[in-house]
Design a protein. Structure first.
Lengths: 212, 212
DNA sequence: TCCCAGGTACTTACGCTGTAAGTCAAGGGA
DNA sequence: TCCCTTGACTTACAGCGTAAGTACCTGGGA
């Protein structure tokens, strides 16, 4: 009855995910991962071809944990719900989300979400072709915003402050008047709000394109 | 007259950029970089604090090479020109662009571009506050699209083909009808066109928000 | 002229990385 | 019973970033 603690690919990936979330992507090494599953480094290679596969697996794990919302009929609300789901699952694993956003993976996990988004767009009345364009536009925005959001929480070392201070110094030398003018709004960033703003922009543009 | 070949921070960063473009980011090591400059690894530390600073420097180098377009009066055309300039300079250094897009850097190099974009938005009639939101939305989309574009050119190893084939297999099992329906349009991606489509979407939404 | 201070480059070394290669014990099918 | 697969182990190698110490060369003050 001791096969209970047998190493499996799933256990390796789960351990890798927690390791990444605790120590960042840099903190993931095959030796540390092996130690986390209670084994020597080289034993991992019985379950996983190499480190890159581990990283891909971690990224897929995050996607798979995304819970898809039930379609409600209103295509805009449905797209928004899908985007929300994507964003939430990314934000709940900020370090691993970097992987997901940075590498494009042809993972099976994201297929269901893409299908749901395309279904909503088709229901709205877009052609199969334009639905793809719309999906790609929304997805690009989504990746960009979420990336900014997860990157602006860099395990808070105090270096940010000096950087901001330096930026301010550059601004006060008003070679950049428009920048200086907007400085108070640039200084802080409410990610939730920026996300909503941009998504609204895209959805309303899609809607008016539909009525054209 | 032999100070001609003295090592400088600039030469180090320039060599790092070409190294990154030739071999990818993984191919950049302090030893190889030193060899490229004609020096031993540790000598680099006389000009650069550590490897991270080298990477930041490479990213800034790419931004600095971006040529800003002259403002022409039409705010939409101006924003489009700025976006084009950003995209072009990123695409011309695909590997280094990953760095630029992935890390958020408070570099001085991007200040001029941000200022120009904000100026165009202010000229259009946006408030200083909303101009920032608009800029962030466009920038998020820009980062997302360009990231997808530079990542889909992964020094062409043939593994892409098998991945696409696998995706097709998943599709034919029509658990995802909308996906299957759009499969022919998903199979290929004209990056230029997707970029234009999304940017048009955002700009038209901004315009109608302005007239509201 | 001499001398020396400072900066540049070099050498050595440490601990870490991913992984190729070979060994060995346990368990299940013939 | 034997054998053969499977998974874990050990050893080893080449490469990494960089801390620490050393040697040289060059320009300026005495």
């Amino acid at each position: 009855m001791e096969p209970r603690d047998k190493v499996t690919r799933e256990k390796v990936l789960a351990a890798a995910l927690t390791l990444v979330e605790e120590n960042g992507i840099e903190g993931l090494s095959m030796r540390k991962l092996a130690a986390a599953v209670g084994v020597e480094a080289m034993s991992l290679y019985n379950h996983v071809p190499n480190k890159d596969a581990v990283i891909d697996g971690v990224a897929e794990l995050v996607i798979q944990r995304m819970v898809l919302p039930e379609p409600a009929g209103d295509w805009k609300a449905d797209l928004r719900a899908l985007a929300d789901a994507f964003r939430s699952s990314a934000i709940s694993h900020p370090h691993a989300a970097r992987l997901l956003l940075t590498r494009q993976l042809v993972s099976g996990g994201s297929l269901a979400a893409s299908d749901a988004a395309l279904a909503a767009l088709r229901r709205a009345g877009f052609s199969a072709s334009e639905a793809v364009h719309a999906l790609r536009a929304v997805l690009a925005f989504l990746v960009g915003t979420v990336l900014r959001e997860v990157e602006s929480t860099p395990a808070f070392d105090g270096s940010d402050l000096s950087a901001v201070a330096r930026r301010r110094a550059d601004l006060s030398a008003d070679a950049f008047p428009s920048l200086a003018e907007s400085a108070p709004f640039l200084a802080s960033c409410d990610h939730e709000r920026e996300y909503t703003y941009g998504l609204d922009l895209l959805l309303s543009a899609l809607e008016s394109r539909l009525n054209r």
